[in-house]
Design a protein around this ligand. Sequence first.
Ligand code: HEM
Length: 499
Amino acid sequence: MVSLWLLPLLTLLPLILILKGKQWKRTNLPPGPLKLPIIGNLHQLSELPHRSLWKLSKKYGPIMHLQFGLKPTLVVSSPEMASEIMKSHDLECCSRPELMGPKRLSYNFIDIALAPYNDYWREMRKVCVLELFSLKRVQSFRPIREERVASMISSILKSSSSSTPINLSEIFLNITDDITCRVAFGKNYKGREFDNGRFGKAMQEATVVLGSFSGADFFPYVGWIMDKFTGLHGRRENCFHEFDHFYQSVIDEHLNNERDESEQEDITDVLLNIGRDHKGAGSLTHNHIKAILMNIFLGGVDSGAIVMEWAMAELVKNPKVMKKVQDEIRSIVGKKGKVDEADIDQLKFLKMVIKETLRLHPSLPLLLPREVISHFTINGYDIYPKTRVLVNAWAIGRDPKHWKNPEEFIPERFMDSVIDYKGTHFELLPFGSGRRGCPGINMGISVIELTLANLLHAFDWGLPDGIKKEDINMDEQSGLAVRKKAPVYLVPINYLIDP
Ligand code: HEM
């Protein structure tokens, strides 16, 4: 009996091997380091993979072929190669790999960032770009940003009299968190404190479990067993169940009209309205809404806070730049007490400071991994379906062919330059580019600009006693999004005589 069903397999096996052999002979892969059995090149990754891959690219070039576990991976480290991937061949490689084996987790929604290139992703992306993160919608949330930034300034004013250092990293996380909550859910929610801190804990856990090494990411079919063994699988399950519970209660509350009539329309309202208006095939279900809310949190909160903490650290390390940006803000805004969003367009140097921060410290140094859908060639090299693609935006921002003195913080380099971060200039890719580029740029940047402008306008910033600017620790913390290892502690000195 057994031998009967084995027979076709035994006959087919040599054929499969011959065909595979032929395919391998055809391959003309990009260069890369030697691979070890089973683990491939995993042993060559340090805690900061963008740095290890940058070093390898100096030896093997701007397009490398590596193997992480069983996953063939293409690593791109120059603007020219990034343009090949994200512009010329965008359509052939705009899927996402099945990260952390979501199919094996039992929650029912896949967020847009992790969704493969299919109808589900296309529909969700359309809603995001057209309805949620359009410039008009982002502008409608201006009062929320201005109110929240004003309350941050007044609470710092209270502590500025005592001359004690304050933890700016924490303040940045609170502000992006609060604004995101108010924009997404309305005003009744208090960010991480919601549900006795249950939501806050889930958010914290999410950043850990998403940044952790996962067997399922590198060893298809069997890796999830490793994750079960290490407990990662269970932690991810719990974490996403917490989110599910939280988003469901937000949706229920919106549906039951338990909210105040005077409250501004928030993103959950917008999504529920779209769902009501377009019933039938292609409409937004509660799972779609949860997936979008999930992305707004995972995409929006940490990355914005990270940019601001690096910006403040670079500014105190470079006092001339700090003075120049403060002079600009103060000369334009005067002593009217605060910077409004209407002032921001005139703050040209502040915008250069933010660009320079994004060049040196992109929050997601390797962007989010893409996956190749169909075969194509670059520089004569074959790139095959299912290959994972990593674009090293961190290395690209340091490419000496495009950036003079790349390691130095010189915002003036953008003075007469057209280079922007919106995804059309491949030398600067903090938000990615192409079909999978970040749809939340306007939302993210508007919070960063307003918060930094007000902090730099209202206060001078001193270092804690006994610390010199040379002592500031600029080490990076490992993780998917790379924050500063040590939080930014600075002393606020009130500049406004009559705040
Ligand atoms: C300064 C803040 C932000 C930074 C630095 C940032 C950066 C990025 C990057 C690098 C990607 C991957 C792009 C690629 O693979 O080519 C991405 C994707 C994404 N971001 Fe952002 N982001 C920020 C803010 C936001 C905000 C505020 C939101 C939502 C409100 C958001 C939502 C998303 C989504 C949904 C994706 C997935 C896009 C897709 O795969 O189709 N991001 N972001």
